[in-house]
Write a protein that binds this ligand. Structure first.
Ligand SMILES: [Zn+2]
Length: 285
């Protein structure tokens, strides 16, 4: 009963602003009275003066606060036809209300048409987005497959220099400062490109005997050493096999430009790089 208070109730302080008085509904309004969605501001606007007056007159206005004022203002402005009937026309509400009802129906139909158009547009856009996503997904899968194929086909081991032939082999005695030679020497001229023999992580340092050197640590822990360099391109970071990482030189204890190359599995003692390279299918001689 709280939702349908009557005008003649003495206690108007408890009348909610959003309530529609039971005797405020005429024949036109009864046709839609059973629809819950019509119980909002639009239906209430059929009698804006009374609703507004009711709101303002209610002693509980202060309690209802700003929301009540805003609601009353909205009601008055929503359908100004009811507020300002034409001076010539009879001010009989019976003549005005059907017009207002038709206008409401027209606006509802217009709104429904807009809603259908909007739904159609959104459905079209949604389908377009789905198509685009499917295309992008297929392209991403193709790119990933191509990248995997390229990675599988990519050589994982490289000779450190392109020039074939060695000037010193592993284990030779009397090579410069070593009692026995811990690597192999490539007699390349000054400034020759030196390539990473494996994938790996680079570090560089200067050693009194090795000179400027790079150490590349492969994913399996194998270290390859590149010594007597003129300069290094990378001082840190990861590279792929075949990347030019340095230029050869004559730094450290060296009797002439060449590349000294070592292989140390697990970072331990050096092994014969010639056998190691041949084990990878590479022939440096
Ligand atoms: Zn050497």
């Amino acid at each position: 009963m709280r939702e349908e208070p009557r005008y003649d109730q003495a206690d108007t302080a408890d009348i909610p602003v959003t309530a529609v008085p039971a005797d405020d509904a005429d024949a036109d309004e009864d046709a839609t009275a059973g629809r819950p969605q019509r119980r909002g501001g639009r239906r209430r606007s059929a009698r804006p003066r009374r609703s507004a007056f009711l709101s303002v007159a209610a002693p509980s206005l202060a309690v209802l606060g700003v929301t009540a004022v805003a609601t009353a203002a909205t009601v008055n402005e929503s359908e100004p036809v009811n507020e300002t009937p034409a001076p010539v026309a009879a001010p009989d509400p019976a003549d005005v209300r059907p017009v207002a009802a038709n206008q409401r129906l027209d606006s509802q139909l217009a709104g429904l048409t807009e809603a259908v158009d909007d739904y159609s547009d959104r459905a079209s856009r949604t389908q377009g987005r789905i198509d685009l996503e499917a295309q992008q997904e297929a392209e991403a899968e193709a790119a990933a497959a191509a990248a995997a194929a390229a990675e599988a086909a990519r050589p994982k081991f490289f000779l450190p220099v392109e020039q074939r032939g060695l000037s010193a082999t592993f284990g030779q005695s009397g090579i410069n400062w070593m009692s026995t030679h811990t690597g192999i020497d490539f007699p390349v001229s000054y400034g020759t490109s030196v390539r990473a023999a494996t994938d790996g992580t680079i570090s560089t340092q200067f050693h009194p005997s090795y000179g400027t050197m790079a150490i590349l640590t492969a994913p399996d822990g194998t270290e390859t050493w590149y010594a007597h360099l003129d300069s290094t391109i990378f001082t840190s970071g990861t590279v792929q096999a075949g990347t030019v990482i340095a230029y050869s030189g004559n730094s450290g204890t060296s009797t002439g430009p060449h590349l000294h190359f070592e292989v140390r599995p697990g970072g331990g003692s050096p092994v014969d790089p010639l056998a190691w390279l041949r084990g990878k299918g590479l022939e440096p001689t």
